[in-house]
Write a protein that binds this ligand. Sequence first.
Ligand code: SF4
Length: 478
Amino acid sequence: MKDILEFRQFVPSEICLSCDGCCRFREEKSEWRPRVAMEEKVPAFFLKDNNQIYSRQNVDIDNYLRVSSCQGACLCGFLKNDNHCAIYDQRPFECGLYPFLITRDESGVAVSAHLSCPYLQEKYGTSEFEEYAAYLKETFATNKMAVFLKRNADIAGEYEEFKDEIARLFTVQANEGALFWEEGLLERQEQVSAFLAKSLSTLSPFHFSQIALWQEHFHFFTRTIDKSLCIFATNHLGTFLYLPPLGDNIKAETIAECFAVMDEVNQGSGVSRIENVPQERLKYFSEEKYAFYEKGKECRYEREDIARLKGERYKSKRSDRNQFLKNNTYEYLSYEPEHKEECLTLLNEWTVSRQRKGQDDVSHAMLLENNRVQQLALKYYQELGLMARVVKVDGCVKAYTFGYPVNDREFCVLFETVDLTIKGLPVFIFNQFVDDPQVRCFKFINVMDDFCADNINKTKMSYRPGRMVPVYVVTKKG
Ligand code: SF4
């Protein structure tokens, strides 16, 4: 988060240090107290000298910095006697931004100026102010900032009561901007992929793409504890461990430390958990201390079954595929960047058609998330090591599918987006993909779980999975 924090400061530090306005609040529960962004909290726990800066002693359950009363005022716990900030280099995003604020009103989310700052008052409307406002506008126009604001929606404060002190400067995009690629992620890819490969898991989340593609929804933070790689994921609800600790021998102490970090960050909100735990790894969790539940089942086919579609049980699939072959002029091709625009059009049409089916809010949100994930994959498929294919019908892209090897026996189909008005095309592309020369060496095809959607479940079951592989979530008892 340091790079997001690194604003060029508007108020010179000698002026800040000689002023006794900031970092002091009228009330203990003042709305003006800075909030810590979720993705600032976990990394701070691993800072060598400051590992408790964002502990529950210093930050309350709503992520506000705690204050202490002193001579009629409430001072930020980090404010030192000499007016310096004790955590200046790690101070929250909001502190770095001040005397500018993220505000929310009926017109949306904006960056505003707090006119109570004496320096800002003096400079307001000058060319120096205008130049800094333009600099902020440019900084807030980045995709990274749009994603940060989306993941930290609570950071935008409603200052209705103080509207006379606030001047709205410009609206910010707190939702999806253009696609965002977190810096530093590719550098971590080699390390993460090496741990994932050694884990030999059969579950689909054990692939780097499953981390990279979800970065707009979760901030991922990796840390090695006792030689195990721990991948924390954070969103506005809190922090959890995305996968069980990765390594040869998972120690009880490692698991305990992961939960200690999550509990401190989440402050007992019940969010702390380890997701995507394969059955064979449950043995690392003592029954005395941990509980687990099944969150879903991944669907796994024998590759040969889908490639051949033989026998009575695949009769209707064969018929659909044959209809497609008979009625269409088609090409099955490797996906290339030149196909991206057509794929995006197909994806957006598909998303809109699903939305029209009157889904509930949760399904609606999942469709949009899925749309963003696919957009990232269409752009970064090479970096992520994804295998990608398209089907053209009459010269136009009408279907595409992406996948990756989970291990040397199992291949995962990440997604498949198809123009459903073309009869038999879904069966055709799935059948071609699993029989592709690059996939033939795998024994099993994993198509992940059904995301609790009946229609997805029905389609996956219609291909007769050989096995349903359970995926567990581990929580702490008591
Ligand atoms: S964290 Fe530092 S800059 Fe922020 S309110 Fe506290 S003392 Fe001030």
